[in-house]
Each structure stands twice: as C-alpha cells, then as structure tokens.
Design a protein around this ligand. Structure first.
Ligand code: FAD
Length: 564
C-alpha cells in the first residue's frame, strides 16, 4: 500500500512538473511571438529608452514597463541568453572569451609585471548577471553610508538600501526578517547542499579569528569581519539572472520591446536635451527618438565610451578626437575601480566534484587591526585556477581548490580613454592596478590571510599540499602578487555620483548639465563596494526606477510592496 502511495505521488509530481514545463513553454512562445512583432515594427519614438540589459538596466526596464501606459525600449548589443553555458550554474567559466563576453583587455601595466589584464564583462541579455559567478553580496553598511554622504542624499544610505533589499529579495534561507525579504523578484539562497569544502572553509576562517554568520548579507554586512556560506542566485542547478528575474516575465506585454544585437553608438541632442539614441542594427544606423528619458546602463566601460563619443566628457580629450562638445564633464571615464584579486591554490587530498556555482563560501576581514569595516574579502573556488604566469611557475594540479582573495577597498584609480571618434574605435583601459603602495600592503595581508585559512586544521582533510604561493617572503612574495593580480570582474565607478567637479551624475542619477539623461549602472558608484558588485547594481536599477517613477508620476509594484 505504502509503495502505491509513493508511486502515485511520484506520478503526481511528474504530472505537476510536466504541467509547469508546458506552461513555461506556452509563456516562452507568447514572448517569442510578441517580441517578434514588436521588433519587426520598431517605433520612431518610445517614452523611455534603456540602453543595456545588464544587472541595472534589466531592473530599470522592468520597473518602467510595469506601468502599461509607458512604452519602453530595451537595447542590448549581445544576443540570447538561452544557451546551456548561461543556464547551467556550474558552466559559467565556459562563457569567458566567447561572443557573450566583451573580453576587454587592459593596457600593459608595470605594477603587475607588465601584464595586460583581461577585463571580462557580459555581452548578452542579462549582461554580467548572465555570465557571472552568481554570488549575491549586498555591499557593506559603510559603503552605502559613504554614498549617501557623497551624494548628500539619505535615500542612498544603508538604512534606505536595506529596505530596498528586503523588498526585492525572495530569500530562501533560514528566516531573518530584520534583514532578509521574501516574495520579491530576486530568488536567493545559501548555496544548497554545498561541497564539504565550503563549510570547512567557513570553519577554517573561524579558526583564525573571523566570526561566522548565518548568512553573509544580514548582520555580517555591518561587521568588520565575517564568514558564511555564500548566498547564490542558483535554483536547481540553474542560473537566475537579473534579466530572467525582472525582464523576461514582462516580455509578453505590448509596452516592452527588447531589441538584441543593437549596438548603441551615440546619443542624439537638441542643444543639451537628449532626443534619442543612434544604434547600429543589422548593418545599418538608425535613430530612435525618446519622449521622456534615456537611461544609460551599458556598464562601467561602455557607458563612459558612449558619453564621450556623444560629446559629454573632458573638453580637451574630446577636442583631440574632433568630437563636438555638448557638455564638459572631466570625470567621465575617470575613477576606474575594480577589485584586484590573487589565486592561492591547494591540491585536493581526494578530489570532490564542484557544486552549484563552484564558489560556496565567502569571508571578509581587515588587513590591519583597528579597522571597523573590512578591506579584504575572499571567495572560495572549488577548482584550481591562477594566472598563466603563476601556473607556469608553480604548476596547477589536476584536482585542487583556490582561495580567491581580493583587496576590497583599493586606492589605485584607473581611467578610460577614447582611441577615436568612431563607435568602432576601441576604448583604452588604463586600470592602473596595484599602482598605490598601500594596495600592495593590503595584497600581502590578503595572501597571508588566505594561507592562514587554507593551511588551518579544518581544511587539512582536503589538502594534499599547498601549491601556491607557499612560504614566500619579501621580493619573492611581491613577485607572486604582481604575477597573480587579476580582475575580480567588478569594473565600476567611471561616471561617479557626487557633488565635486569630477562627478558625472547627481544623487538622482541625472547627468550634470544634460536634460533627459540618467545613468544607472556600476559606473555611478563613487567607490567600489565591499564585495561582489551585482547586487549593488540591482539597487542602482531600483533607485533609478524609483526616481523616474516619482518624477514622472508612474506607479510600480515595488512602491506598493514598500508601502504595505
Ligand atoms: C565573469 C564574471 C563574474 C562575476 N561574478 C560576480 C558574482 O559572482 N557576483 C557579483 O555580485 N558580481 C559578479 N560579477 C560582476 C557583476 O556581474 C557586474 O558588476 C554587474 O553585472 C554590472 O552591472 P551593470 O548593469 O553595471 O553592467 P552589465 O551587467 O555589464 O550590463 C551592461 C549591458 O550593456 C550591454 N552593452 C554594453 N555596451 C553596449 C552598447 N554600446 N550597446 C548596447 N548594449 C551594450 C552589455 O552587453 C550588457 O548586457 C561578475 C562579472 C563577470 C564578468
């Protein structure tokens, strides 16, 4: 009898599962035919044009489209995200270097032993959120309070942003109502059934004096140090991108057009008022008008590029390329920041297959005593990885794991420069990584921390040997660090929000001196956040939408949720 019941419920489950798949297929078909029609009959003008469908742009487009009376055009240079390596969480590395990656390359940099660091960014529906490692990290209390002070606007403070996070999250971990929300569009959970290496890493961090937390995004983001199992945007082994969470569910509606393979080349103006955008689409150039506003969400490398090629930037620099000046804003493309990171590698005692997103534990710490917020953070990786230089010097084991440690608050600043006036002229990235001596000091502390944790007792059962760096000191350790230095793929801060002469947007994300133009993406951060940058970009998208809704009196469900 029991067996029969189990069989029946199994059949029910199968039927339910089949019904869910069927209804998903029906919805996907409706999306396909709606978008086919909308993109075949592009209008001359939309109420809002959102440029870039990444972690911020997807949020802005969705929130605006929630009002059925508002027409929204979402432009994306990349193509479909319906690709196995985007969908399967454990295949994320397969996207690097493909046509879903802009594959930017930095200038040769003497501070990283003359190397040109690669800077990946997503070029696909969902942008970074479709090719990234899916770690959800909100940023520290200290970050948001600094942004509120820089912008002189409490709406950016930790207290305000915490409310937003609670509204937008759909938290599937242990209830934590003070900090975590449920029912929002962003599914997030602690890495389920993690590789045993992950809890051992958390325990190892505790063994060297880092307190452990129930999750990394609640109280831990108010502390100077902390370790936890990572929060991930993975459900049943599949990626939950910001595009899929926000935009896709609205793509069967008549007021949201999503145009892929459409490269935004320039803004169009009447005087200092933006009238629309120019795009390269199917081997032709088109101009599309905007009735209300254009939002640039092209990410921290292409947002400044398009601004400069449209005549918004440093006057002398634009003159050099013969670009007519629309607005002198010397901060465009300056203040480039990223987390510089270093791979420390151990060989497995007995190999354990990676799970989820291959990175399921995270810890934050300080490089010196007395700091009240973290300036180092480390993500564990369940595979061995390193720069080509260090792989050649130390060798990479067939089976191993990595502590990927980063300087959370680097002092080095880079810049972006045009190489010509044409949209096809590539942008030059002078990242200037490790140029500030304090960053090298923090890097040394970071590698020492990784070694202390990696060689501690709780991780010993997972270690045959430490592969790199080993017990290096002085010039040899410095060489290792400069050879190891790599991007954490957190390119940000190149059109910063603030009030000084180098600021590009005000606290309402409006570009100084220009009408009808906002920026909503990682470029507006005044300073890089402590930890991974996708979640802060979602907040930037939500803030931009909130501002536009208020200014143009639109209604949205997030406001309804917050009010409730
Ligand atoms: C490999 C990798 C791993 C990462 N891992 C994590 C992680 O685990 N957790 C985390 O929090 N963060 C991670 N990040 C960082 C995070 O994904 C980014 O910080 C975030 O996506 C940035 O959001 P954004 O909106 O500023 O830009 P993006 O998400 O980069 O979106 C910009 C969009 O604009 C499009 N675009 C650019 N130029 C044009 C143009 N001219 N015309 C039309 N469209 C254009 C791009 O194709 C892209 O879709 C990772 C990033 C990478 C690349």
């Amino acid at each position: 009898m029991k067996e029969n019941i189990e069989d029946e419920s199994f059949e029910d489950e199968c039927e339910n599962g089949q019904r869910e798949t069927d209804s998903r297929d029906v919805f996907a078909e409706r999306v396909h035919s709606n978008q086919h029609q909308l993109t075949a009959e592009l209008r001359h003008q939309y109420d809002f044009i959102v440029c870039g469908s990444g972690s911020s742009g997807s949020v802005v487009a969705r929130r605006l489209a929630e009002n059925p009376d508002v027409s929204v055009l979402l432009l994306e240079a990349g193509g479909t995200d319906d690709v196995p390596s985007v969908i399967a969480a454990n295949q994320w590395p397969m996207n690097l270097g493909t046509d879903r990656d802009w594959s930017f390359q930095g200038q040769p940099n003497p501070h990283v032993n003359g190397r040109s660091l690669p800077f990946s960014m997503g070029r696909v529906l969902g942008g970074g959120s479709s090719i990234n490692v899916m770690v959800w990290a909100r940023g520290h209390k200290h970050d948001w309070d600094l942004f509120a002070a820089e912008a002189n606007d409490p709406a950016w403070s930790y207290e305000s942003v915490l409310k937003l996070y609670r509204c937008l999250e759909d938290w599937h971990g242990a209830p934590d109502p003070m900090y975590r929300g449920t029912g929002g569009p962003v599914f997030v959970q602690p890495a389920p059934d993690p590789n045993p290496l992950a809890p051992a890493t958390v325990e190892a961090a505790r063994s060297v004096g880092i307190p452990t937390f129930e999750n990394p995004n609640g109280r831990m983001m108010e502390a100077a140090k902390g370790a936890a199992i990572s929060d991930v945007r993975v459900c049943n082994g599949k990626r939950e991108s910001i595009f899929r969470s926000y935009v896709f569910p609205y793509m069967d509606r008549p007021n949201l057009t999503v145009l892929t393979q459409a490269l935004v080349t320039r803004l169009t103006f009447q005087g200092k008022r933006v009238t629309g955008v120019e795009i390269a689409y199917r081997d032709a150039i088109y101009q599309i008008g905007v009735a209300v506003e254009v939002v640039l969400s092209l990410g921290a490398i292409h947002t400044p590029k398009v601004l400069m090629q449209s005549g918004i930037g440093d006057e002398a620099e634009l003159r050099r390329w013969g670009i007519p000046l629309v607005q002198h804003l010397p901060g465009v493309g300056q203040n480039f920041q990223d987390h510089v990171a270093f791979d420390c590698v151990w060989e497995y005692q007995d190999a354990i297959a990676p799970r989820n997103n291959l990175s399921e534990a995270i810890f934050f710490s300080t490089s010196q005593s007395g700091l009240d917020n973290p300036d180092l953070f480390v993500c564990q990786a369940e595979v061995p990885k390193s720069s080509a230089e260090n792989a050649a010097r130390f060798g990479l084991p067939a089976a191993g794991w990595t502590l990927f440690g980063a300087v959370a608050q680097p002092k080095s600043r880079g810049c972006l420069r045009l190489t010509g006036a044409n949209p096809s002229d590539p942008i030059l990235i002078d990242a200037n990584t490790l140029s500030e001596p304090d960053d090298l000091k923090a890097a040394i502390a970071c590698v020492e921390l990784c070694r202390d944790v990696g060689n501690s007792a709780p991780l010993r059962p997972f270690v045959r040997r430490e592969v790199m760096p080993g017990n290096l000191t002085g010039a040899e350790l410095e060489r290792f660090i400069r050879d190891a230095a790599t991007s954490f793929w957190h390119e940000t801060c190149t059109a910063k929000m603030g009030r000084d002469s180098m600021s590009v947007v005000d606290s309402n994300l409006r570009v100084y001196g220009i009408d009808n133009l906002r920026i909503a993406d990682g470029s507006i951060l005044p300073r890089i956040t402590t930890g991974n940058t996708m979640a802060p970009c979602v907040i930037i998208g939500e803030r931009a939408a909130e501002i536009l809704q208020l200014e143009h009196q639109l209604q949205t469900s997030l406001q309804t949720t917050s009010a409730a």
